[in-house]
Design a protein around this ligand. Structure first.
Ligand SMILES: [Zn+2]
Length: 257
């Protein structure tokens, strides 16, 4: 499909009114359809962070509470879990995003060297890729030639290696935003544990966390344009399982101690 920004670009490029009107009509047509797959990167990181924050902190609180701790002990464990989790999310995300960026960069260096050394076989390689995707042999040669005349490395990065956007990785930003998402998620069960009576604490943290998870699942499905019920059920099920297991382990240790 044609993206709205592309259309704007295109529209500015032509002064011909009739053509422009035609394009405006086209823009109205394409407005009905909004793709959201480009959101999956940050959406995945934010949902993962918040989900992790809710599940791990609620489980930690429930596990410690099931071992008959005081509220003070429960809250200390919860806060330590929040800080540890946020740090670990940040470190994990930083390492994962930078190593992916490094791998892509190394791949592009290799590719641009190969484009210098064997231009002809590189063009054939690209044409073969288009043929495999269903383009006629002669046309595939033309497509490869024209794309490579426009941006050889970009064409190979996209269609051969599968790198969609070069130089877009932001490790620090990814680290900070997952740590923030985790902290927000972890703060929810922690606040519940802080305010409810101690004898109701396990039940209150478990139930409220399931509600938080369900809301998170619904929001993420909404933002990503995916079916809401499925995402909600999926997120809630795994959260419930994690809390049930830690509660079981906590009470086992509580009895043993
Ligand atoms: Zn290549």
């Amino acid at each position: 499909m044609i993206m709205p920004t592309q259309l704007d670009h295109w529209r500015q490029g032509t002064g011909h009114t009739r053509f422009r009107n035609k394009l405006n009509g086209l823009a109205d047509m394409t407005h009905a359809e909004v793709h959201r797959s480009h959101r999956t990167g940050w959406l995945r990181a934010a949902v993962l962070g918040a989900n992790d924050g809710i599940v791990s902190t609620a489980s930690l609180i429930i596990g410690v509470a099931a071992a008959n701790s005081t509220r003070e002990g429960i809250l200390v464990a919860g806060v330590a879990g929040l800080v540890a989790g946020a740090m670990s999310m940040a470190a994990g995300e930083y390492v994962s995003v930078s190593s992916q960026a490094d791998t892509e960069k190394a791949d592009l260096v290799l590719e641009s060297q190969s484009l210098k050394d064997n231009l002809e076989s590189e063009q054939q390689e690209l044409a073969d890729i288009y043929q495999d995707r269903g383009v006629e042999p002669r046309l595939s040669q033309q497509v490869a030639e024209q794309l490579m005349a426009h941006d050889a490395l970009g064409a190979h990065a996209r269609d051969e290696i599968g790198i969609m956007s070069q130089g877009n990785a932001r490790p620090v930003q990814a680290a900070l935003s997952s740590a923030a998402a985790f902290t927000i998620g972890a703060a929810l069960p922690l606040m519940v544990a802080w305010v409810v009576p101690v004898d109701l604490l396990i039940m209150a943290v478990a139930l409220s966390s399931l509600v938080f998870l369900a809301v998170l699942g619904a929001i993420s499905a909404r933002a990503g344009g995916a079916p809401m019920l499925l995402a909600t059920v999926r997120v809630t099920f795994w959260g419930a399982l994690a809390m049930a297991i830690t509660a079981g382990v906590g009470s086992l240790f509580g009895v043993a101690a």
